[in-house]
Design a protein around this ligand. Structure first.
Ligand code: EPZ
Length: 429
């Protein structure tokens, strides 16, 4: 068991390089199944969610060659099975993309219900609706395996009832080799939807409109291999921006697309932070106490829900009262009780949090409840007076490459330490 130990109070100063986008990588890697060829994918973040997805493809029979820690060549010609056992997929939300990709290639898929962060109910009814409209029959078996089969897939209109990133991408995957035209209405516009569409198109697909709320997919007979580089991670970049701001720092955040960060930049500026855009970098400078702001998370191009916990930490130490409304998930404020242990004053009522800024957070032993909450705990530890010990850091490793090394290089007093397993566990082995 490992934990992260932080002695707070250091301003973050220096440069940091942002890795490739997790949520693009976990869609693009399974999309390679559709190629039946070799794809070289660059700028893959070295994080546990992605490594799990690569392991799953390998176990399915794909040949996976690591060129360097962020580049892989994936040859999906020899994949034969459309069944993926539960123990591989249960911790990974993005395992649902395997359903769309296998359905597109083999017209059948049998994949366990996806796992991932727990923010209340996370249904996949819109994914299923899309598969059924394309001509598949879907059943969820007693052992929670999702079984999907289709004699043929035929393009069709799909009107999503909610804006869903996963359903939009999954329907794209299932439809690229279907016969005829599929039109997804009320599609998600997230950056990784566009990245996935670009990857599919480079493999020979015909996907238009990604990044708008209507995506048109004209089915093609065959796809082929390609070389592709994944976009920088908006959320990792945003996390470092907020950490720089909350510690009163001066950080150059490199290998980003500044346009992708506009919603985050706008909120930081509202709080009194200076953000300067370069061609492929942003500089974040903060001096003195930051001020309050209100925030509502929304699908892209709104403020990303995956940045909500990190901003809550910043506002917990800002001057004044901020109101944060969560517009995507039903239950994404569970981490607030950990911040309360550090002296934060936050009241949650359903999907709204009222944050009264306090002068200073205090170090405490806390837990990372999920990936972005874990990132928020790191920022809280960096700002706090004294020592913060964060447990359950495997959540953080799911989505942040070299998180401790990157913060340490910016001057944070942060380290990863091994904690002895409780005796009873050690005995069990
Ligand atoms: C993706 O999850 C991301 N995960 C999440 O990031 C992110 O929080 C979320 O999109 C919203 O931006 C990946 O890309 C792997 P949704 P996803 O389908 O696809 C409802 C992170 O930290 N809904 O867009 O699962 C759902 O309940 C992770 O990196 C249905 O009702 O999210 C939610 O309220 C955490 N039926 C809303 O839509 C469905 O069939 C948005 O969910 C699907 C979703």
């Amino acid at each position: 068991m490992e934990k992260i130990v932080i002695v707070g109070g250091n301003r973050l100063v220096g440069d940091v390089n942002i890795s490739g986008a997790k949520n693009a990588a976990v869609a693009i890697i399974p999309a390679a199944i559709l190629a039946q060829d070799i794809c070289r994918i660059e700028n893959i973040p070295n994080i546990s969610d992605v490594n799990m997805m690569i392991r799953i493809l390998h176990q399915m029979g794909a040949e996976v060659k690591m060129i360097n820690k962020n580049t892989y060549e994936i040859d999906t010609r020899n994949i034969v099975s459309h069944i993926i056992p539960n123990e591989l997929t249960k911790h990974l939300r993005a395992s649902y993309y395997l359903i769309g990709a296998l359905l597109g290639r083999f017209h059948k898929a049998c994949v366990a219900m996806p796992g991932g962060c727990d923010f209340g109910v996370r249904p996949i009814d819109q994914h299923i609706k899309g598969f059924e409209l394309l001509g598949a029959s879907v059943s969820i078996e007693e052992n929670a395996m999702v079984d999907v089969t289709a004699e043929r897939l035929t393009g069709c209109p799909v009107y999503l009832d909610v804006v869903s990133v996963g359903a939009t991408a999954n329907i794209m995957l299932a439809a690229v080799k279907a016969k005829g035209l599929t039109v997804i209405e009320q599609a998600a516009k997230e950056l990784h939807i566009v990245d996935l569409a670009n990857f599919l198109n480079l493999m020979g697909a015909d996907v238009r409109g990604a990044g708008t709320d209507v995506i048109k997919i004209r089915g093609v007979e065959k796809l082929h291999g390609c070389t592709y580089s994944i976009i920088p991670d908006q959320i990792e970049a945003g996390t470092f921006m907020v950490a720089a701001a909350a510690t009163g720092g001066d950080v150059l955040i490199k290998n980003v697309i500044p346009k992708h960060l506009e919603s985050i930049t706008a909120k930081l500026v509202e709080c009194g932070v200076v953000v300067e855009d370069g061609d492929d970098c942003v500089r974040v400078v903060a001096k003195g106490r930051l001020t309050r702001c209100n925030l509502k998370t929304m699908p892209h191009p709104g403020f990303p829900t995956d940045m909500q916990p990190q901003m809550t930490v910043l506002l917990a130490g800002a001057d004044g009262t901020s109101i944060i409304s969560e517009g995507v998930w039903d239950n994404r404020f569970r981490y607030v009780e950990q911040l309360a242990r550090m002296g934060a004053s936050i009241k949650v009522d359903g999907k709204i949090a009222v944050v009264e800024g306090v002068e200073q957070l205090k170090g405490a032993p806390i837990k990372a409840g999920d990936l972005r909450a874990g990132a928020a705990m790191v920022i809280a530890g960096l700002c706090a007076k004294g020592t913060t010990e964060i447990e359950n850091i495997d959540h953080i490793d799911r989505g942040y490459e070299d998180v401790v090394e990157k913060f340490a290089a910016l001057g944070a007093d942060i380290k990863r330490v091994n904690t002895p397993e409780p005796e009873s566990m050690a005995e069990v082995g």
